[in-house]
Design a protein around this ligand. Structure first.
Ligand code: XUL
Ligand code: CO
Length: 438
């Protein structure tokens, strides 16, 4: 029996006034040699979509996420969530989901009981995967909600907590493999500190790396060939989190020899919390060969926390897609780590959120493609560096000069030619022309 009283969502075009239709996301439309659905492997976040009921610091939930089950019966509720989730993804044409172990079924304190409960719901989810072809984009272990992880997981001062975190990672890898996942995420929500007075930062970072190494060894031994991801975030819940931003996380991976197995999972709202743009984090990841996957959402410039809103800003999405296209696409996908606003509390709103997000990224893809095909900006960027194509520039690029050579060159040439305009305003008006010129 269907949970949602909404038919499958179809593409109807920009003029459609059907609120349950896509205006821009046309899965089969070919853009730059690939279909939209290949460019945009969308994923549903199990936790927000099937779990988050609108609770905030000031009040109880507003949405009913029982999906018709008795929420006190853990397995019945978990199955109802799975039923709702697969129906929802099928109706939207979404092929992937992302999950934490703890999202799948109510957590038990006892590890053996917890693992048995996870196995029971995993059997059910595997049947759904078999029936629908929908699978995991990535899995992860929730190493931040339970009070046992209050001092961290990999970074915990207690080896017993470290061991429990490792056990949860092991189980989450097993589930990810069973769900045919493309990747496995580490988001270090409690891997950081509240005060340096009580913290051995070096010790904690070495231990986080050790946990990641153990995870890689185990998963590779089980035949997992997907990517591992770090999902950087600078703060929240901790005052300072070690995976502050992409540059920091990449440095960490290189320091501990993890860079061959890991890439970045970049979340838009985490980028802005770190004082960067979403696009900046994508560029840093891409130029280091580590752009893996995206948690697609948006923050609010007036608020200082992770609001996890559905992305609606086409200008922002176009910039993101410009980076993604230039990087050749993602090996991961676009996970809507996004939730409805608290007053958007109906089942219909779940659809509205995804239609908004999918259309926003479809428009981003269309507009970024237009910017690339227009060519003016790409050409201009190339021409800005063209001085390096020959002469002294080519020698600098091929490391064929010494500092003394450059000194001699500078002496002989006199004052360098006047610098040329960076033409930012011209570029920005081209962007507006392409975005809004029809
Ligand atoms: C928290 C966040 C997480 C990760 C997975 O800010 O983004 O949901 O995506 O643990
Ligand atoms: Co996220």
């Amino acid at each position: 029996m269907a949970v949602f009283n909404i038919p499958a969502v179809k593409y109807e075009g920009a003029k459609s006034s059907n609120e349950f239709a896509f205006k821009f996301y046309d899965a089969e439309r070919v853009i730059l040699g690939k279909t939209m659905s290949d460019w945009l492997p969308f994923a549903m976040a199990w936790w927000h979509n099937l779990g988050a009921a609108g609770t905030d610091m000031f009040g109880a939930g507003t949405a009913d996420k029982s999906f018709g089950a008795d929420a006190s019966d853990a397995l019945a509720h978990a199955k109802a969530k799975a039923d709702a989730g697969f129906e929802f993804m099928q109706k939207l044409g979404i092929k992937y989901f992302c999950f934490h172990d703890a999202d799948l079924i109510t957590e038990r304190a006892d590890l053996a009981e917890q693992n048995a409960a996870l196995d029971a719901i995993a059997d059910y989810i595997c049947e759904k995967i078999e029936q629908t072809g929908i699978k995991a984009l990535w899995g992860t272990a929730n190493l931040f909600s339970n009070p046992r992880f209050m001092n961290g997981a990999g970074s915990a001062n207690s080896p017993d907590v470290f061991a429990r975190a490792a056990a949860n990672v092991k189980k989450s890898i097993d589930l990810t493999i069973r769900f045919d996942g493309r990747g496995f995420v580490f988001w270090g929500g409690r891997e950081g500190y509240e005060t340096l007075w009580n913290t051995d930062m070096k010790f904690e970072q070495e231990n986080i790396a050790a946990l990641m190494k153990l995870a890689v060894q185990y998963a590779r031994g089980k035949g997992f060939s997907g990517d591992f991801y770090i999902e950087p975030k600078p703060k929240e819940p901790m005052k300072h989190q070690y995976d502050f931003d992409a540059a920091t996380a990449i440095g960490f991976l290189r320091q501990y020899g993890l860079d061959k197995d890991f890439k970045m999972n970049i979340e838009a709202n985490h980028a802005t919390l770190a004082g960067h743009t979403f696009r900046h984090e994508l560029r840093v990841s891409a130029i280091n060969g580590m752009l893996g996957s995206i948690d697609a959402n948006i923050g609010d410039t007036l608020l200082g926390w992770d609001t996890d809103e559905f992305p609606y800003d086409v200008y922002d999405a176009a910039q993101a897609m410009y980076e993604v296209i230039n990087a050749g696409g993602l090996t991961g996908g676009f996970n809507f780590d996004a939730k409805n606003r608290r007053p958007s509390n109906t089942y219909e709103d779940m659809f509205r959120g995804f239609i908004l997000g999918m259309d926003t990224f479809a428009l981003g893809l269309i507009k970024a493609t237009a910017i690339i095909e227009d060519g003016r900006i790409g050409e201009f960027v190339k021409s800005r560096y063209s001085g390096y194509n020959g002469g002294i520039g080519a020698k600098i690029r091929s490391s064929a000069v010494t500092l003394e050579d450059l000194n001699d060159y500078a002496l002989s040439q006199g004052e360098p030619p006047a610098p040329e305009s960076g033409k930012q305003e011209w570029i920005e008006s081209i962007i507006n022309q392409i975005m809004f010129g029809g």
